[in-house]
Each structure stands twice: as C-alpha cells, then as structure tokens.
Design a binder for this molecule. Structure first.
Ligand code: NAD
Ligand code: USQ
Length: 401
C-alpha cells in the first residue's frame, strides 16, 4: 500500500512511518517542520537528540534497505501543491497527524490560539477538499483525541466509541438516534479536534470519503522496535511545560531529581497508550477501512490512570517527592473515566500496559539524556484564563537535584 504520513516528522508520525515502511508499505512523509520551529520559539529541545529529517530517512534507508520519501509541505497553506502531490503519488491511504497538538501551547497567547485554529482547521479541510477534487479514494485515518469527549461529563458511564444512542421526544413518542457524543473540549487545541469531527461527518456523508477518526489518549514512551535500530532514528521526547505529556514528564523529572509536578490534587483521570500500541493501532485502522458513509471512530487507548497515582508510582520507584502545584489549567480537579475500546481489541490489539517493563525503558532514556534537560522549562506556565496565577507565581522555587 502507498501511504502518505502527514505530520510524519513528529512524535507519533515518525515511528508510524518507520513501522509502516518496515511492514512493506511504500511511505511518503509530508511535514512542514513546524514542530521543530516551535521548539526554537520556546527555546527548548526534545530530551532525545532528534536528527534532521533528511538524515532520519537516509539512515532508515541504510538500516532497512527501504526508502521513505520526504516532502516538505504546509498542509494548511499550500493547497495547490498538496493537490499536485496527491495526483502524482495517488496514495491508497493517508494518515493525518499534521496539527498543532499541545493544549498548553494552544492556550499560551492570543497568537498561539489563532495559530492553532488556523493551522489545524485549514489543514484538515484542505486535506478533505483535496481528496474530493482529485477523486482519489484513499482511506483516511486521522489522529483525534479523547479530549473531544471531555472529562467527567458522563460520570462513571462508559464513553462509547464516537456515537451515543439517545432518545428524542416527538409528539408521536420517543425516537432513537445515534449522535456524535457531545463535545466538551478543554482547550483551544481540543476544540480544533471537535471541529475536525464535524468536517469528517460532512465529507463522509456528502462525498462518501472513507474516514476513521482515532480518539487517542495520552501517548507515553519513546521508542519502538524500528526507532531503536540506530541512535539517529531516535524518537522525540518532549518534556517542557507545553509539549511534555504527563507520564513522560514525571519519568524525566525523576531522572533529574525534580519534584513531580502534579497539577492540583492529581485527581484528574486520563486515558493512556504506549507509542508501540499507537503505531500498531494505526496499522490496524489502515487494514480495516470503514464501509459506511459515516466516519468510524475508535477509542485508541489501552488503560486509564489518575495523575496522582502515576506520580505515586514514579515516586515509589525513584524516591523523588511529589509536588502538588496550583493547576495552571481550567479543568475538573477530579473525574471518573470509563472508556470503551472494544473495536481495537476485537481487531487483534494486544495492549501494552505500564507494568510491561516499558516503564524501565523510558526511565533509561530519560536517564541517558538527563544532561540535555533545561530545568527552567519544566514547570508549566501556560494558563487557561487571563489573570490565573501560574505555578511559577505561587510556588516557592522547587529544588532541583
Ligand atoms: P507532533 O507535534 O510531534 O507532530 C505533529 C507533526 O505535524 C509535526 O512534525 C509538525 O511539524 C507537523 N505539522 C503540523 N502542522 C502542519 C501543517 N500545517 N503542515 C504539515 N505538517 C504539519 O505531535 P504528535 O504528538 O506526533 O501528535 C500527532 C497527532 O496525534 C496530533 O494530531 C495530535 O493531536 C494527535 N494526538 C497526540 C497525542 C500525544 O499524546 N502525543 C495524543 C492524542 C492525539
Ligand atoms: N498534568 C499534571 N502535571 C504535569 C502535566 C500534566 O498534573 O506536569 C495533568 C494536566 O493538568 C492534565 C493531565 O495531566 O490534567 C494530562 O495532561 P497532558 O499534558 O499529559 O495531556 P493533554 O494536555 O490532555 O494532551 C495530550 C496531548 C494531546 C492529546 C491528549 C490526549 O498533548 O495531543 O490530544 O493528550 S487526551 O488527554 O486524552 O485528550
């Protein structure tokens, strides 16, 4: 299969491109390298020393004997070039990762909010319209987020995979309808994923595009069997207050002896998936295109954890203390989370869980590159509402070991 991986230089995209190439697919990575530019803007780097994309694909060619093509293109701004690319490559499938993906970054300033909406909404809409215009019936797999459902809205009721069956009262009695689960985005970034969902519903219905939306939980871990094959293939590991996600941040903090930065009480429950399962889920979704003219939604998660439990687990393992910081985000202090993920399990996913030894692998990576950590970038500073105190304002400076 010829697969375009849009956003294939990123944290999820790069290991996915390698995994698909390793499985014999013909892969083209498309990326505008904006994530690398945001690192420059934030004056921070991946904990792992990621190599330029040209070197990445060259090294992959050397170690695997397989070519990955790279095209530098901005999906949000270069519509005509993208249409030409589609006509030229005629892909069988497209994986769409190419969006600004950090909730804290999306809330840090009016410019960042506007950039996130402009970039994400235009990228997705350009992709959909380009598929219609070219008539290329590629199977489209998009990386969405669990955050479109929000947290705590349905209490302990299981969150279904995308659609909720509801009863609608009419003068002639109740009728049953399946609707998209009500959206409760918690940041401007999450809001863009909600808008994506509506665009998918429209284009699947109007133009019969085949679309799978993967509502993915928080990805943890770094390496996959392909990225470990050469140090120059290493995946990115974000640890800073904007892009670092919670579990990888705790593992990095433990490696440098920084108190674990729990926001508020840590009662927030979230869904998680290891990067190895991310790439496997995408492969499964590509192998099983939807048959209906309605987008198919999979919940791409393997387990749920409370933030405070993760912090305790890491603290017990490493002896590093837990710091309960004032929460810079506007979110519920505690929530229940019960998520269905039956479809991936039925299609053969064997979940990797925290207890499977990968915790140690991630800790090893964090330890190996601890000298690259800039301690001033660890505490999250993006606040959700003007005037909210930042963690930095309220907390006495944390000792860093
Ligand atoms: P990332 O920022 O590391 O990668 C995204 C890539 O897309 C980057 O390489 C960036 O340069 C590229 N990109 C952004 N806008 C583009 C544009 N207009 N044109 C071309 N390329 C563009 O993010 P990630 O962690 O790999 O996430 C990938 C996708 O998965 C995102 O859409 C994100 O919302 C989703 N997701 C990620 C996580 C997670 O924990 N990382 C969890 C759930 C969902
Ligand atoms: N948190 C802490 N301490 C930290 C960092 C985070 O307590 O140092 C808390 C946050 O306040 C939040 C939870 O941990 O309650 C998760 O935060 P996160 O930064 O790990 O994840 P989030 O902002 O939700 O975003 C990440 C990805 C995003 C993806 C989303 C999946 O960046 O692309 O869509 O996870 S989900 O959370 O399921 O919506």
């Amino acid at each position: 299969m010829h697969v375009l991986v849009l956003g294939g230089d990123g944290f999820c995209g790069w290991p996915t491109a390698l995994h698909l190439s390793d499985r014999g697919h013909d892969v083209t990575v498309v990326d505008n390298l904006s994530r690398r530019a945001i690192d420059l803007e934030l004056e921070v780097e991946s904990l792992t020393p990621i190599r330029p994309i040209g070197e990445r694909v060259r090294v992959w060619g050397e170690v695997s004997g397989r070519d990955i093509a790279f095209v530098r293109l901005d999906l949000a701004r270069e519509y005509d070039r993208f249409v030409t690319l589609l006509k030229d490559r005629r892909p069988d499938a497209i994986v769409h990762f190419a969006e600004q993906r950090a909730a804290p970054y999306s809330m840090r300033s009016p410019q960042a909010k506007r950039y996130t909406v402009d970039n994400n909404v235009r990228a997705t809409h350009n992709l959909l319209e380009a598929l219609v215009t070219t008539g290329i019936g590629a199977n489209l797999v998009h990386l969405g987020t669990m955050g479109v459902y929000g947290y705590g809205w349905s209490g302990s009721a299981p969150i279904p995979e995308g659609y909720l069956t509801v009863k609608v009262p009419t003068p002639d009695g109740d009728i049953e309808r399946e609707i998209l689960h009500p959206a409760n985005p918690g940041s401007v970034y999450h809001l863009t994923k909600v808008l994506d969902q509506l665009m998918f519903a429209f284009y699947a219905g109007n133009d019969q595009l085949r679309i799978t939306d993967l509502h993915q939980g928080i990805v943890w871990g770094t390496q996959t069997p392909q990225t470990v094959r050469d140090e120059r293939l290493v995946n990115r590991f974000d640890y800073d207050g904007d892009y670092g996600t919670v579990l990888n941040r705790f593992l990095m903090q433990a490696a440098v002896g920084h108190p674990l930065t729990v926001h508020g009480s840590g009662g927030q429950t979230r869904a998680f998936i290891h990067i190895r399962d991310t790439v496997r889920c995408i492969e499964i979704a590509l192998e099983n295109p939807p048959e209906t003219s309605r987008p198919r939604v999979f919940n791409q998660i393997t387990e749920t954890h409370r933030v405070s439990d993760l912090a305790q687990m890491v603290s017990k393992m490493t002896g590093v203390e837990v710091a309960n910081l004032p929460n810079p985000r506007r979110e519920q202090d505690a929530n229940e989370l019960n998520v269905r993920n039956d479809q991936f399990l039925a299609l053969g996913l064997e979940p990797t869980t925290l207890s499977d030894g990968l915790f140690e692998e991630c800790t090893e990576i964090a330890g190996r590159y601890r000298h690259r950590v800039d301690p001033s970038k660890i505490v999250a500073r993006s606040v959700w509402r003007a005037g909210m105190p930042t963690a930095e304002d309220l907390v006495v400076r944390l000792p860093v070991g």
